[in-house]
Design a protein around this ligand. Structure first.
Ligand SMILES: [Zn+2]
Length: 120
């Protein structure tokens, strides 16, 4: 183990306060924010769990790690959610009087489609 690697290796966090590993030395239970995103995950509000230190341009570089077991799927609309949204939009275009679906939202002020409103 090189001296630099030894300085960047602190799995118990005694020296740095959080578990610290050298580049590519971190256990598989951690991931960077970018690695989480690549897996469709997000940190979900968890604090930084560990760090990777390495010697890079301009000196010591750091990458923060999050726990994979606390990560949550990214918030994207599911098929069911999208269907609910579509139904809601369809309802707003459906005239409550003639029940026809219009290409526009039924004006709240009228409470009916324009055709129904003109027919009165
Ligand atoms: Zn109508």
């Amino acid at each position: 183990m090189s001296r630099i690697r030894a300085a960047y290796y602190d799995p118990e966090g005694d020296r740095y306060g959080i578990p610290t590993y050298w580049w590519r030395g971190a256990p598989a239970c951690y991931a960077t924010r970018r690695q989480l995103r690549d897996r469709g995950l997000r940190p979900a509000g968890q604090p930084i769990a560990a760090q990777i230190l390495w010697r890079g341009i301009g000196g010591t570089r750091v990458a923060y790690l999050y726990r994979l077991d606390l990560a949550r799927p990214k918030r994207t609309a599911t098929t069911r959610q999208r269907a609910a949204i579509d139904r809601a939009l369809l309802a707003r275009r459906t005239c409550p009087i003639c029940r026809r679906v219009r290409p526009y939202y039924i004006p709240r002020s009228l409470g009916e489609c324009l055709d129904c409103n003109e027919g009165r």
